[in-house]
Design a protein around this ligand. Structure first.
Ligand SMILES: Cc1ncc(C[n+]2csc(CCOP(=O)(O)OP(=O)(O)O)c2C)c(N)n1
Ligand code: SF4
Length: 535
């Protein structure tokens, strides 16, 4: 498209388009709703996009690129930032030479997540400047702003999106003139990038100095705008909450914040002083209201009941009216279930039949918890199946411990399970343990993305492959099996009985492609080799 075209884009597509127009050399990430399409779109547009094994590695790859003077993008869902938090908290000390934009896509209301953590807290805790768009155009524009801030202060910048911003489509006008790609080069600067305590102490002071400068700059930056209206009501807001509040209280005065860390506190103070009632409208945690009150500015916040779930126009009207009466419960939809013919089905049928205690994990297979299987006993975060299973095995009485099985998907195993396997070998429980890797050849839950176990890159081209059975054997597991439970349920049941009884460490790779991915996998293989068997 020509750069002056107006296009209907989702927030995710807008970020991808902006990354291309702003000369980003690299996009790295790990899939996770609602962020996944950013890198897929960036790749389709011709950008260099990579799926990393997990978000921590993705951030580190992007940081390396930014050390080399390039502009780098890293994308993840909100819980991904927990995984990437370690490098994030020190990347603010090291700073960057190019630009580093970290996209956190939060999921208030948990449309497809295990919690609704509010990642604005990370900006404050790690000291990362944070920008929050309210629609796709802003998502596009704020990528450029993020580059400006990142390059000027040599810091990573957090671009915080939420589900509605990621997935809603609004019109985007791309810039006529993008940014020329930076020329990567490396200059030694150990004092800036090697965080031994002697170098980290001044680095922390540098970070606080930069944040103070950004806070001052943000007082008059174009990122926060006052929209004058009636003096009776002033609303301080950001992100998608702005859109809802605008509709719910059209006549009010607004202070719409685009940079929500560090906050333009004096601007907020003046705004609050100029209206009779000043209300903070925000989704999720009382992040803004707490910060504003801590600065001694009297503002009204929402009732605790509105901390949960997404906001919408109706809920904002209730907040404005101080209505704390019970909200109508939405009609219950049909519960999700594994596809008919899903390879995970045969596994959970057997686990249920054998009355296993199942330390589960996150993916399509989490649906093994629901009827008709009801064969999952825990699911915490990606990779936890192995550690939790081992902990259960370590302390349960032997007759129960012997029934514990850790069940993990292939993408999840690569993401967060490999170190759990190392723990299993290093600290084997007295009754042994059984690890079941459900290898369906894809990351099904988030829309069939590749991962290092598939041997194909983000754009489905052949690359190196991590072979789970080889890895387990190399790490020292003696009993390693590769089976297809759908093809031979009786054989799988027999193997499970033997494995649970043997008292040793067992890794079983249950391999059969996801029903929805099988045809695509065959096509990718055929494209690579001229022949494909989909196995
Ligand atoms: C830290 C983190 N990153 C990303 C996600 C999103 N997510 C949930 S499960 C999953 C992977 C599922 O793939 P796999 O383990 O192969 O199971 P499948 O869905 O294919 O059965 C992803 C990416 C998440 N929940 N947590
Ligand atoms: S998408 Fe694939 S893995 Fe997920 S339930 Fe359907 S067949 Fe199973």
């Amino acid at each position: 498209m020509s750069k002056t075209d107006r296009r209907l884009l989702s927030g995710n597509e807008a970020v991808a388009r902006a990354a291309l127009d702003a000369g980003f050399a690299l996009g790295a990430g790990y899939p996770g709703t609602p962020s996944t399409e950013i890198l897929e779109s960036f790749s389709e547009l011709g950008g260099h996009a990579e799926w990393a094994p997990n978000e921590k590695v993705a951030l580190e790859v992007a940081l390396g690129a930014a050390f080399a003077g390039a502009r780098a993008l890293v994308t993840m869902k909100h819980v991904g930032l927990n995984v990437a938090a370690d490098p994030l908290f020190t990347a603010t000390y090291t700073g960057v030479s190019g630009a580093l934009v970290v996209v956190s896509a939060d999921d208030p209301g948990m449309a497809s997540s295990q919690n609704e953590q509010d990642n604005r807290r990370y900006a404050l805790a790690a000291g990362v400047p944070m920008l929050e768009p309210s629609d796709s155009q802003e998502a596009y524009d704020l990528v450029f702003q993020a580059v400006e801030v990142s390059q000027r202060w040599q810091l990573p910048v957090l671009l915080r999106l939420t589900t509605r911003i990621c997935h809603s489509k609004t019109v985007v006008r791309a810039r006529e003139l993008g940014l020329a790609a930076a020329r990567p080069h490396f200059e030694h600067d150990a004092k800036a990038r090697v965080m031994i305590p002697a170098y980290a102490r001044p680095a922390h002071r540098r970070l606080r100095q930069k944040l103070a400068e950004i806070a001052e700059w943000n007082e008059s930056s174009p990122l926060n705008r006052i929209e004058p209206g009636e003096k009776a009501l002033g609303i301080v807001t950001s992100g998608i909450s702005y859109v809802h509040a605008r509709e719910a209280a059209g006549g009010a005065s607004f202070l719409k914040l685009g940079m929500t860390y560090p906050l333009p506190m004096e601007k907020i103070r003046r705004f609050a002083a100029g209206v009779q009632r000043c209300l903070v409208v925000e989704e999720g945690d009382p992040y803004l209201v707490e910060a504003i009150r801590a600065a001694g500015i009297a503002v009204e916040g929402k009732h605790e009941m509105y901390r949960f779930g997404e906001l919408d126009v109706q809920r904002v009207r209730r907040i404005l009216a101080g209505d704390v009466s019970p909200e109508p419960t939405p009609p219950r939809g049909k519960p999700p279930e594994l596809c008919k013919g899903c390879p995970h089905r045969a596994v959970f049928e057997t686990l249920g039949k054998l009355d296993c205690i199942v330390a589960g994990d996150i993916g399509c297979y989490t649906l093994g918890v629901l009827p008709p299987f009801e064969a999952m006993d825990s699911c915490v975060c990606m990779g936890a199946a192995i550690g939790v299973g081992l902990g259960l095995r370590q302390v349960l009485p032997a007759e129960q411990a012997r029934r514990v099985v850790s069940v993990i998907g292939d993408s999840t195993f690569v993401h967060g399970g490999i170190t759990g396997l190392v723990e299993m070998i290093y600290n084997p429980p007295p009754t042994g343990h059984v690890l079941l890797i459900l290898d369906n050849g894809t990351t099904a839950m988030t829309g069939l993305q590749e991962h290092p176990g598939t041997g194909r890159t983000l754009d489905h081209k052949a690359t190196g492959r991590v072979v789970f059975e080889d890895l387990a054997r190399t790490l020292g597991v003696k009993r390693v099996h590769v089976v297809d439970p759908s093809k031979d349920p009786a054989g799988f049941e027999k193997l499970m009985r033997e494995s649970l009884a043997c008292g040793e460490l067992v890794v079983i790779v249950a391999r059969r492609p996801c029903l929805l991915a099988a045809k695509k996998i065959r096509a990718y293989q055929a494209a690579d080799t001229g022949e494909g068997d989909g196995g």
